[in-house]
Design a protein around this ligand. Sequence first.
Ligand code: UD1
Length: 360
Amino acid sequence: MNRLKIISVVGARPQFIKAAAVCRALRQDHDELLVHSGQHYDYAMSDVFFEQLGIPKPDFNLAVGSGSHARQTGEMMPMLEELFTEQCPDLVLVYGDTNTTLAAGLAAAKISIPVAHVEAGLRSFNRRMPEEINRVVVDHLSELLLVPTRAGVANLQAEGITEGVHLVGDVMLDTARFFAENIDSTAALDNFELEREGYYFATVHRAGNSDSSVNLEGIVEAFTQLDKPVVWAIHPRTRKNLKEFGMLERVEAAENIKVIDPTSYIDTISLLGSSAALLTDSGGMQKEAYFFGVPCVTLREETEWVETVELGWNQLVGADPRRILSAVASISRPSLHPNVYGDGRAADAILDVIERAYAD
Ligand code: UD1
């Protein structure tokens, strides 16, 4: 078997969580160069994940920072193209659906470097989501489509993508299993003065919610009326917009809302795992709630993780306060909890697919 040279490109929180598992598997027998686009740059959005998850220090940091979609994506591309040209990797590995995924996928494919897409095949069927555009484009450019779910395989098939498609399971489960074993959530609960299942955990960052004063208003209204305290880990973009829309003071003054900074990985899974339910518009956290057997109320109208809804663990309610409140009131923990995201060894499956495709 040949030793491969792989360039992995990451840039945003969920990609660090996914790369943590894949880097560990790849580096046993291959050479990996890690590129951080700099899409997320705050300590709480980036560095803390590298530290906690034991991700190797990036070999390159493009430091693109925030910007409009075209600017962010556009600024990354020439830097990535130069790097890929210089380094001549056998493969470029991209993750998920962010602007970093799109920039790296496009830059590599245009100079004929094979692209492998981790978390391929997911669809919300909502083209107003920037992430949906990123996913569709990258899936159509990728040579290897590393798909977490059966629904993902079917989505690709419906778009005519059948070659290079591999059902490997979900790498976020690998990371969750790896860390959950060693986590004592008591520390996080004590630190935030919370009781097990005595609170709801909340996050909101999706553009459709955080850039809309109407949606934020609906979400805040619902949170203030919930029957348990809401621990809200606020994304910087959401904080900025709440302030701009004149809602931040109300949120901070609300008796049952506890606003906290974006949480590290360990704090996130500790707070999530011990909560009565998760309220979120995040994609990854809907799954993490499922991994830990926590009911989820999703503040969106659609989800890529349809299994969680079909199995009764997740309710889609958008940003309408009445729907949010009635969903929380009807929360239950269904008895069925099958392994729809695989067995927590997706990174090994990915390594295997990559080796069979390029190293033999
Ligand atoms: C991005 C991804 C989204 C993913 C999310 C995880 C895209 C299109 N979206 O959304 O799919 O679920 O990451 O968090 O790629 N900001 C900071 N500090 C940071 C990063 C961001 O203050 O370290 C603020 C800036 O005001 C920035 C805004 O957040 O403009 C949005 O950041 P951006 O990276 O564009 O998108 P996210 O909302 O984080």
